[in-house]
Write a protein that binds this ligand. Structure first.
Ligand SMILES: Cc1cc2nc3c(=O)[nH]c(=O)nc-3n(C[C@H](O)[C@H](O)[C@H](O)COP(=O)(O)O)c2cc1C
Length: 249
């Protein structure tokens, strides 16, 4: 319906009356609410981005980044804005993304990360961490804009789901960090950058270096920047039959 309306406006442009103009503006506002990728919702406009399937196909783990390239603040904010739209169970948004900009800290992290060059050469080094206890920290804020009835149902449900279940709390952080990481990797690919997810590091040592709170966990790191060398050819994809299970094992 919306597409046809836009097509109509495009195909049959004419001088609109004041009332018509207001209706059109109202219509666009509704569309923007449905698909809020505009400056009302995000602080900066959307870039010219690639097709989602192309971003998925072309994302590779790049090992060599241009150490002299820097992302603009606008680009960095854009990445975080998009990342924060990733789904989380009960909308608890428990990721805490550490953006390591300090050069000396990067060097220290590299030393406990098998000296992998991405750690210092990438334009961005993000450590994806999550708050294991976010579910009990003012959970009403995760539903504050929902209708009262929804809030009354969801907020106590959060408590019931996680309370006393350490494994569930931990599993949930790992699920969320996996999803947010892939969101970021596809987002940066669409912006013309590359990335490398990394778990080749000493988790305890990195935790100490970033003063990780006791009730937080590290998922993995993401190096992001401008590739100077493409990734090596894919190492070997399994046949689909090994991956996709029809109904039951
Ligand atoms: C959780 C995770 C941790 C990884 N850790 C490292 C790492 O420490 N260093 C590295 O060079 N690549 C790392 N990789 C990249 C993998 O080697 C790579 O994803 C895999 O070989 C598939 O290649 P592709 O990502 O280019 O498709 C990691 C990937 C994942 C998902």
């Amino acid at each position: 319906m919306d597409i046809f309306f836009h097509l109509f406006l495009f195909l049959f442009p004419h001088n609109f009356s004041g009332t018509e103009t207001n209706k059109i503006i109202a219509h666009f506002k509704i569309i923007n609410k449905q698909f809020p990728f505009d400056s009302d919702f995000l602080s900066i406009p959307v870039y010219n981005t690639m097709d989602t399937h192309a971003a998925i196909t072309e994302r590779r783990s790049v090992k060599h980044f241009d150490p002299n390239h820097a992302l603009t603040d606008e680009e960095t904010n854009k990445i975080f804005e998009l990342a924060m739209l990733s789904p989380t169970a009960f909308n608890i948004q428990h990721w805490r993304i550490v953006n390591v900009t300090d050069k000396a800290l990067r060097q220290s992290i590299k030393e406990v990360a098998w000296n992998q060059a991405q750690v210092t050469d990438a334009s961005l080094l993000l450590i994806l961490t999550a708050d294991l206890k976010a579910w009990e920290k003012e959970p009403q804020r995760y539903w504050k804009e929902a209708p009262q009835g929804v809030q009354d149902f969801m907020v106590p449900a959060i408590h019931q789901y996680y309370d006393g279940k350490d494994q569930v709390q931990r599993d949930e952080t790992m699920r969320s960090m996996g999803i947010v990481g892939q969101t970021i990797m596809l987002a940066v690919k669409a912006m013309g950058y590359d990335s490398c997810p990394m778990d080749g590091f000493d988790y305890d040592a990195v935790g100490k270096l970033i003063s990780l709170p006791d009730d937080h966990v590290i998922g993995y790191m993401l190096a992001i920047g401008k590739a100077t060398e493409p990734a090596r050819p894919r190492a070997g994809q399994l046949p689909m039959d090994d991956i996709v299970v029809q109904n039951t094992f």
